[in-house]
Design a protein around this ligand. Sequence first.
Ligand code: IPD
Ligand code: CA
Ligand code: CA
Length: 266
Amino acid sequence: MHPTLNVAVKAARKAGDIILRYHNQIEVLTIQNKASNDFVSEVDKAAEDAIINELKTAFPEHSILAEENGEILADKHFQWIIDPLDGTTNYLHGFPQYAVSIALYENNKAIHAVVYDPFKEELFSASKGQGAYLNEQRLRVTQTQGLSNTLIGTGFPFKTPQYLDVYLSTFKAIHPKVAGIRRAGSAALDLAYLAAGRLDGFWEIGLNIWDIAAGVLLVKEAGGFVGDFSGRDQYLITGNVVAGNGQVFKAILKTIHPYLSKDLQR
Ligand code: IPD
Ligand code: CA
Ligand code: CA
């Protein structure tokens, strides 16, 4: 493992320990003060602080973009992008599908990525040109041709309700063509599962950069494709993401395109 990736893994594991520690106390704390959202924020913050500490110690010259702390500017060529807890709503409900997501970008290109599910002890990692791994095991996307018999991941636009109708029409278009659609609640893990061949494809509207910064490298290093809704590479900016093996990627794009409003066609 590349030494830089090793630091990211160490940081993700520290954050994972914090997440799991609080996870066992959620019910008690919620019953005691009913500030469940604050409590989760506390976890997000503590996990993110642990990650930043680790990264800053090893790479004081690197910039950081973190969901809770915002931007920490330094060398503009290297930027860490962090989501300390992706899947907060799941976490809050004890639904065990959430992860720590950490990526390093060099000149706006992903070079290292970690998505760590502390509950299942699954560590997804990738370095550019070196493949993607689940723990020690090398990952490949599925080989399915087209959409039939596929299992597709997605997310609902609950933070951007103005897109609900458009989203539902894309859902209606995909639904009859596939074997199943899953909304598991963590975009970082959705992309990691795609890299691992547990999903064949994925689409979602309006994600944040930290939801996907690591997952997209996992998918690419496992032989998959990621694009925005025009099939190009502006997904980190638009937050609109389609991903899959080559065939499924193309098929999802083609299927949803007629239903997209103008502002979503990129
Ligand atoms: C959310 C998850 C979810 C996606 C949301 C994200 P958060 O991240 O990735 O799958 O549908 O749009 O905001 O808020 O749990 O870190
Ligand atoms: Ca997130
Ligand atoms: Ca988050």
